[in-house]
Every structure is written in structure tokens, then in C-alpha cells.
Design a protein around this ligand. Structure first.
Ligand code: LLP
Length: 419
């Protein structure tokens, strides 16, 4: 459930009519609902009840806006970060360092230093060479780094290939078969303190079965590691639970079903559980608000040319992702259209033969489920100003990231004096 609803024929974000934001800020613009973010955090927390104070570490990559992070930090969420930049954003927004998990295959010594200095819950290591680098950094700083290995359980997640992370040929984690030797090696490295096991098999999962299969492997590994004498007190089960993008498609499993599965599988593990949800928290908490520039005739269907392009919302072209497209003030009719942006690529297509509200040039339109992996992946391709972001809370709203205009883009370049 979200807080973007029609009131008197006009789509609102909570109590704010979207045309007010479009007129004041211009389009395209991302609009987030604070109430939806809070609701999703609470629904997940409730679904995980009975799991003995799990750490819910929001995956910052989904939406790193400071207003989003501060809203979630106030709800008690921690953060899953994958770069020094995300670590700094999380801390700046008020996330307690002790609730931060550092994931990612390419952590640099500098990033390790930053997090060790500021403090964190745990590093999720993805290779032995990373463990060796962290050991060196920790020793040099006179600190002990708390670590888990991310294991690659070789489970097909059943999602898009580009967001599958837990099959043997993916770059993530260490193979299960190598885990005992890796833990033994790390136990012997100075400056590292083993505390857990981590797994994350992919994103936008629409079935619990692969998650359950991966978690069972984690359970087996915890037993094996304990038999080897390792003190395992944490299991990080990653993120990945899908959200509904298409009302017409089968719904992904609910957070309640996910929680029930985890309670069943992890019963008796005797660990603190960590979760790293991104999309589940932020996905349906945002829309991309855009205006129709023109309706251009096409051979099969008309082209709706929007003022948002693939640079603003990359998911449809990158993952063939489906986003709901709706008129902000529906005129009542329907149309079948190819919905495109102004960028000079055929890939700048949001939807083909989409049955949707009839719209005309100048009308406002939203892309739904644009709170996660949307603004975060925007670029200035085609020298288009970087999309601004707005947060709504009840009847209040504010620009939480101004548009990065073309003047700033031009000013960021440097001409060498030998040119
Ligand atoms: N933990 C780790 C280690 C991850 O790599 C990710 C996502 C998450 C947690 C959060 O997963 P979530 O709960 O959001 O599914 N750009 C793609 C999604 C990439 C996800 C990358 N990792 C998209 O737009 O669909």
C-alpha cells in the first residue's frame, strides 16, 4: 500500500496534489511519500516480530537521498552500504554506525579505513584477498574488524539476470565449498573478528523458494562453522524481496509470508538476524512525475513523448522493467501507446503498446514504483539536468534535492590550457 491516490480526480502524494509540485519545481521530478516509507518499515518490522531484535539495515543504494535515510533512521533502521559514499551518507543522515553493514565486492583500503574509524556493525567480506586487505588495515589502525563472509549458495533467484547475485558464476560471495577454509584462514588473520555469515541472492524476487533454499544452506554452514570452533552470532539474510510493479501480475510474497518462512528456517540458529531490504522499503514510496511533451503518430501506436527519459528512469531499458504509467488527472478515456522519452536512443522506451489513460500534450503523468533504483540511477546523459527530488509528509512538501541544472553541468567541466 502507498499514499499516492486520486482525490477529486487528481493524483495526490499524501495530501499534496501532484500538479502543485510540477508547477513549482518543474518536471521531471521524483516525489516521495514519507508516510509510505514509514509504513513499509513498520510492516517489515511487524512481519519479523519474534525474531529477537533483528537488525533491519536498509540498502542505501535503492534510494540514498538524505531525507529518505533520515526518515528511515528515525524509524530505527540501520543501513547496508556498498561504498564509502554510502557509508558517509548514512552517517550524515543520522544512522547509528553500530547499525551499518558494509557489503560489496570491491571495498578499497580507504573505504575500510573510513568505516573502521567511524564504526560499523560488520563487514560482509566477499573474498579472501579482501579479508587480507582488511586485516592489514585493521592492524595498522589498531582496531578489530567484525566480519562475516558472504557466501554464494549457487541458487537461481528466478529474477532478471542482471540482478541475480547468488549463482556460482556471479561475482558475489565465496563458494560454499570454500567457506570452511576461508573461515579458518580469517580466524588466523590479526585484526579480524569473525561474527557471522551473510547471503544475498538477488533482487525483485517473486518467490520465497530460492530464498529458503539459500537460507537453509546458511543454516547448515553455521552448524559446520561452529563445529570448527568459530563463534557465529550473526546471520545476514540480505534483501531481495520483490514488490508489486504491475497490478495485473501475480503479487510477490508478502512480508508476512517472508517473515513466517524465516522464523521456520532460522528456528534454533541462535543468532542475531540482519536483513538488507531496499526495494521493499522504498520502491512504492516514490513516483516519477513527468509531462507529455507531445503525442506523435506512429505506425502501430502513437508515441507519447515525455519530458522524462532513460537518463531519469533507467530500469525499463536496462531490465525491461514494467512501471505503472498513469495520468495525474485522468480524462476518462483509454489509449494504447508507446511511451518514450526525448533521449536519442530507441532504448529510451518506457513501454510498448501500453494500455493506459488517454493523455494529451501538456498533461502530467506518473511512473509508479519509482522510489527505489530510480533517482539513484539517474544520469545527465544527453546533457539533461539531473532529476530533482521532493519529499511529501502529510500536507507539507519540500525539494530534498534540487535539479542539477545545465549551467552546473557546463561549469563542472575544465578546459585544459593546452587546448
Ligand atoms: N543487499 C545487497 C548485498 C545487495 O546487493 C542488494 C541489492 C540489496 C541488499 C537490496 O536488495 P533489494 O531488497 O532492494 O532487492 N538496480 C536494480 C536492483 C539492483 C539491486 C542490487 N543489490 C533494479 O533497479 O532492479
Amino acid at each position: 500500500m502507498d499514499h499516492f491516490e486520486l482525490q477529486d480526480g487528481v493524483l495526490h502524494a499524501e495530501d499534496v496534489p501532484l500538479p502543485i509540485i510540477a508547477d513549482a519545481v518543474g518536471t521531471p521530478v521524483y516525489v516521495y511519500s514519507s508516510a509510505t516509507l514509514v509504513r513499509h518499515a513498520r510492516v517489515l518490522r511487524a512481519a519479523l516480530a519474534g525474531l529477537d531484535d533483528p537488525l533491519i539495515a536498509y540498502a542505501v543504494k535503492a534510494n540514498p537521498n538524505a531525507a529518505v535515510l533520515a526518515t528511515l533512521a528515525a524509524e530505527g533502521l540501520g543501513a547496508d552500504v556498498v561504498s564509502g559514499g554510502e557509508y558517509r551518507r548514512a552517517v550524515a543522515a543520522g544512522v547509528a554506525p553500530g547499525r551499518i553493514v558494509f557489503s560489496g565486492v570491491g571495498k578499497t583500503a580507504e573505504e575500510m579505513r573510513l568505516a573502521l574509524d567511524g564504526g560499523l556493525f560488520q563487514f560482509n567480506l566477499e573474498s579472501l584477498s579482501e579479508a587480507e586487505m582488511l586485516s592489514d588495515v585493521a592492524v595498522e589502525m589498531g582496531r578489530a574488524a567484525k566480519v562475516a563472509f558472504r557466501i554464494n549458495p549457487d541458487v537461481a533467484a528466478g529474477t532478471h539476470a542482471k540482478i541475480t547475485t547468488g549463482t556460482a558464476d556471479n561475482k558475489f560471495g565465496i563458494p560454499l565449498s570454500e567457506a570452511p577454509a576461508a573461515y579458518a584462514r580469517v580466524a588466523a588473520l590479526p585484526g579480524l573478528r569473525i561474527q557471522g555469515v551473510a547471503v544475498h541472492i538477488g533482487s525483485q524476487l517473486t518467490s520465497l523458494a530460492p530464498l529458503e533454499a539459500a537460507f537453509r544452506k546458511v543454516g547448515t554452514l553455521i552448524d559446520a562453522l561452529r563445529r570448527e570452533g568459530h563463534a557465529i552470532s550473526v546471520a545476514d539474510l540480505g534483501g531481495g524481496l520483490g514488490v508489486p510493479y504491475d497490478a495485473g501480475a501475480a503479487s510477490p510474497p508478502s512480508p508476512e509470508d517472508y517473515g513466517a518462512m524465516v522464523r521456520r528456517v532460522a528456528a534454533g540458529w541462535g543468532v542475531k538476524l540482519v536483513f538488507e531490504p531496499g526495494r521493499l522499503i522504498a520502491g512504492n514510496a516514490g513516483v516519477l512525475l513527468t509531462r507529455v511533451i507531445r503525442v506523435k503518430p506512429g505506425v502501430t501506436h502513437p508515441f507519447l513523448v515525455l519530458d522524462a527519459g532513460m537518463n531519469d528512469l533507467l530500469r525499463p531499458t536496462l531490465y525491461d522493467a514494467w512501471h505503472g504509467i498513469e495520468a495525474v488527472a485522468p480524462r476518462g478515456g483509454r489509449t494504447v501507446a508507446n511511451v518514450v522519452g526525448p533521449v536519442c536512443e530507441t532504448g529510451d522506451t518506457f513501454a510498448t503498446a501500453r494500455d493506459m489513460d488517454a493523455v494529451e500534450a501538456g498533461d502530467l503523468v506518473v511512473f509508479r514504483t519509482a522510489g527505489a533504483y530510480a533517482a539513484a540511477m539517474a544520469s545527465t546523459y544527453n546533457s539533461r539536468p539531473l532529476t530533482p527530488e521532493v519529499m511529501v509528509k502529510g500536507g507539507e512538501w519540500a525539494v530534498v534535492r534540487p535539479r542539477v541544472d545545465v549551467e552546473s553541468l557546463i561549469a563542472a567541466d575544465r578546459l585544459p590550457d593546452w587546448l
